[in-house]
Design a protein around this ligand. Structure first.
Ligand code: FES
Ligand SMILES: [Fe+2]
Length: 489
């Protein structure tokens, strides 16, 4: 079976119209594949306006210095100028539902107790005793108060000084002024964020309109169905940047490009927005790098390689049966979307499933929030990533993968999954809950430590990384923002 591509190449007028409103023009692609906005025009459901907010901004072609990933000084500058100044995602609200529930969040040498108080508020208390400095808690749990294991000084869940076994011997302590220092706390989408800078803008402003993008797929309605974490031997930016473009699919994930059109990606960097960016990559079409693919091959490839994790429908089920074929005039993408709507109905409910666009059902849609949080958007189960330095080691990263699932209609919200730590030498496929994402992450992981090593060999030449103008524009945008923070007063 072979169908003409229903989407015209980039030379038609519709694409130019869609990118007119923002920033200087750059060549979006030299590719012959369909463009995201053209594919969206074939949707049979109303497309949320946020998907048509395409914005290609020319950020130039300058190299990125390798020192930025290797230098200890830059790491230390990042501590004071980035980690202590920005809003960081620390956990899900559902992880601390009741008074006394807390997690320990650490970023380089800063440590916080993210705790639910008796009033139901969330606080971020410095996780260090004000007596002789012992860390109050090594890990999360549920406690009535924070009692230091060393000499027993105690603080309330709100961080107020509560008791001291030898009050008589500390005339210098004013109990009213001996509270645990706190970071600011705010929430969005069921995620808890903290900020150590009292002068930073509020989270709502910092997110630069991101909540509007997710308004029709509220992440707060989802639960944490899986959480896998692993230490990766590379700078946190190397790990993060491995996911900011789809250019690497052709060499790193060649099994995917039979149905994910790598070059048919839209990279959105919005003028005036320095904390957020987005990639949308068209699926249900073969990559323009593949010649001679037909509809059967595209469907077979997609169904074999869906990136959704285990709890969604196994692809093989979708191709079972002789009669399972696209109707006349239907593209593989439209056909697969139709089957996914049916398959996801028990999870989403009839109305949500029926209104889901092909884009939200098939395409990888990846947002980044500066400095290190990346929520994906999907109609069905979705993913989020977080990348942070592993303690004070700037050449090692803790990479968290969150699996979010809608709560099926009429069912109670399940308890959030416990964190599943993988050893550094363990493959992602050992986390069976990742399903088909596991082998893909193994492939990414195969590059990341090698990038860190290779950059050291490049360092003596004094040349920067040669980053592409459009496909890697989000990396460039991230670095632009990073430098602004590093250079700020
Ligand atoms: S160090 Fe905490 S009570 Fe002494
Ligand atoms: Fe990848």
């Amino acid at each position: 079976m072979k169908t003409e591509k229903s989407v015209a190449p980039s030379t038609n007028g519709s694409h130019a119209r869609l990118s007119e409103s923002t920033g200087p023009k750059v060549q979006l692609s030299g590719s012959t594949g369909p463009k995201v906005q053209e594919v969206l025009e074939t949707e049979t459901r109303p497309v949320p306006a946020v998907f048509t907010q395409e914005s290609a901004t020319d950020l130039g072609t300058e190299g990125i210095p390798v020192e930025r990933y290797l230098s200890r000084e830059i790491h230390e500058l990042e501590v004071t100028k980035v980690w202590r100044k920005t809003w960081q995602m620390v956990c899900r609200e559902e992880e601390i539902p009741s008074p006394g529930d807390h997690i320990v969040y650490e970023i380089v040498n800063d440590s916080f107790l993210i705790v639910r108080t008796d009033d139901g508020e969330i606080k971020a208390l410095t996780n260090a005793c004000l007596h002789r400095g012992r860390r109050l808690r090594a890990e999360g749990g549920c406690v009535p108060n924070f009692r230091c294991p060393f000499h027993g000084m105690t603080w309330s869940l709100e961080g107020k000084f509560a008791s001291n076994p030898s009050t008589w011997d500390f005339p210098q302590i004013d109990p009213g002024a001996f509270s645990l220092p706190q970071a600011r706390v705010a929430t969005w989408g069921g995620w808890v964020f903290i900020n150590m800078d009292k002068n930073a803008p509020p989270l709502e402003e910092y997110l630069e309109g991101l909540p509007e993008h997710f308004a029709h797929r509220p992440l707060e309605d989802r639960y944490k169905a899986g959480h896998i974490a692993k230490v990766i031997p590379a700078n946190w930016k190397v790990v993060q940047e491995a996911f900011m473009e789809s250019f690497h699919l052709i060499a790193t994930h060649p099994q995917l490009i039979g149905s994910v059109a790598d070059e048919s990606s839209q990279y959105d960097v919005w003028p005036g927005k320095r904390h957020i960016s987005r990639t949308i990559t068209v699926a249900g079409y073969a990559s323009p790098h593949i010649t001679g693919s037909d509809d059967d091959a595209v469907m077979a490839n997609y169904l074999m390689n869906r990136q959704y994790y285990g709890q969604t429908v196994e692809g093989r089920d979708l191709v079972a049966g002789e009669n399972v074929k696209p109707a006349d005039g239907q593209t593989p993408r439209q056909f697969i979307a139709g089957m996914l709507r049916e398959q996801l109905e028990p999870l989403l409910g009839a109305e949500q499933a029926a209104s889901a666009t092909d884009c939200e059902l098939l395409d990888p849609i990846y947002y980044s929030v500066f400095p290190n949080f990346a929520p994906w958007m999907a109609a069905g189960p979705s993913i989020a990533y977080r990348f942070r330095p592993n303690g004070d080691d700037h050449e090692s990263t803790i990479f968290d993968v969150y699996l979010l699932s809608p709560v099926p209609p009429g069912q109670e919200r399940p308890a959030p999954a416990e964190i599943h730590w993988l050893e550094s030498d363990q493959p992602w496929t050992d986390a069976v809950e990742l399903g088909r994402l596991g082998p893909v992450l193994n492939q990414d992981d195969n590059n990341i430590p090698e990038v860190q090593r290779g950059m050291k060999a490049l360092a003596r030449f004094g040349r920067g990384l040669t980053v592409s103008r459009y496909q890697e524009s989000r990396i460039r945008h991230f670095h632009q923002t990073l430098v602004e923070y590093l250079e700020s007063e």
